[in-house]
Ligand binder design. Sequence first.
Ligand code: GLC
Length: 572
Amino acid sequence: MSDLKWWQTAVFYQIYPRSFADGNKDGIGDFKGMIEKLDYLSDLGIDALWLSPHFPSPNWDCGYDVSDYTNVAPEYGTLEDFKLFLQEAHNRNIRVILDLVLNHTSDEHPWFLESKSSRDNPKADWYIWMDAPPNNWQSCFDGDAWTFAPERGQYYYHYFMKQQPDLNWHNPDVKQAMWDAARFWLDLGVDGYRLDAIATIYEDPNLTPHTVPLDLAGLRRAVELAQTPAEKKQVGKYWHNMFKNQVGQPGLHDLMKELRAVLDEYEGDRMLVGEDDDIAYMGNGEDELHLVFNFPLMRTELLTPAHIRRNQKERLSQLGALPARGWPCNTLGNHDSSRIHTRYGDRQHDAELARLHAALVLTLKGTPFLYNGEEIGMTDLIIADPAKLRDTMATWYYDRLVSELKVDPQEAALRAGEMSRDKNRTPMQWSNHPNAGFSPANVDTWLPVNSNYKTGINVRDQQHNPASLLNYYKHLLQVRKSSPALIAGEYIPLDTSAKDYLAFLRKTDEQTILVILNFSEKRLELNFSRTKDIKGHDLQILFSSAERLKTTKPPHGLTINPFEVFIAEVGA
Ligand code: GLC
């Protein structure tokens, strides 16, 4: 294991700064709060943090519209607070990576203000300007991708909101400015970056129009209304075709190599993880990104053993084919997706399934990324009042539903609440005090707190309950940390046609671990006495959600309880 890098052995935890911990009690998370919670994180057993953007921003896209890349949003604190946070995290052996938004800036960034001020200013060419919209391209957030700027009498391109103009990455000055911004934080000691929306950086140079007979609002609506598999397939195709000329265009690999070279100027194995699932962004395995996310694992309505096995087979063989062998990276949730508990639950066994899913990301081969709140089982909160939504892509959609598509306002509000990412970004639930202990009782939090904090979905209650999900995560994280094979071992699938359960080995030269995840209500009678790598050995139980004692068992006559997570070391 010693030859693995820190980002291969680490468990990452994503903090969404606005919702994590409110230290100054104004209803918005901040660095003071994050510093106060570092002991909690250290006790939980994670090794690294990914912070969603903490930079100054007008917040049209909750911080993903950056107006200053080398500072801290005043509502989160000061640069000094950041430095203290980083130091305190490092003191606890917790690494920190930041979110680097490359594709676009805020329309209030000084670069854009200058660029739009005239056609011949020094930054005139830093964004993508046209005299007239050259095509029918859509923004994936707010309709037309071309917006008029009266100051210069031209249109600029934006893949996301119109408040997020796309940078012109063909301009070398843009690269230099962004690499300098990246160096600013690396100089301060941050351990790397999560790279936002990399696929959107370049556009088709021929500006080829799309051929979908709908605009963005029409397509979103069609996605919602699609029922049959054929309809779903059709809207999926439409979505791909609408945006295919705006994503994944030539130039990206050279750019990722350049950024990798910037990181490699530094000591300490700084790392890059791309918000994309395309393994091609890992280059030869050591000259582009260190990691990309295994999003295909998430892209399913139900996490079935068959889906997981297919996913692992494909992913691991692709990664293995890279000249320098790529390292996997698994996650089931983040600030853009429905919470795991809600998304993959079945409303009958949500608690059991949440435990299985946690065990899944923590035992598969690769670096796991957890999302704040999943460790206590936070769920989606649908905000069906458009006035309370903060995710502007959802408020934009609400307006279109009502004004253009003539959808009943009540239904529109519900649809907007469902598609809004606010539902999975509500404040962290720290206790059963008012406002879930996130902010004092009389404070209006930036998004409503989910009232289910009163029913045990909060940190404080769960800390005191040995059987809680929180303590389950902690235990599992400890088991992972103390089992080299769970970190470094190869993944070897077993019983590959089993429908109800997933069984696999994680194996290094020194250790072999058997993992069984029973995704069903059935009691299973399993027998591994003839399985290569197991036969002739006993199993030493390391962990069981059925609270088995740490005993030794033969690999035959193994009874696995409904929804049990079973982890055992194969004896010597
Ligand atoms: C990424 C972020 C998302 C953001 C978008 C635009 O997908 O994860 O939250 O809205 O990029 O920056």
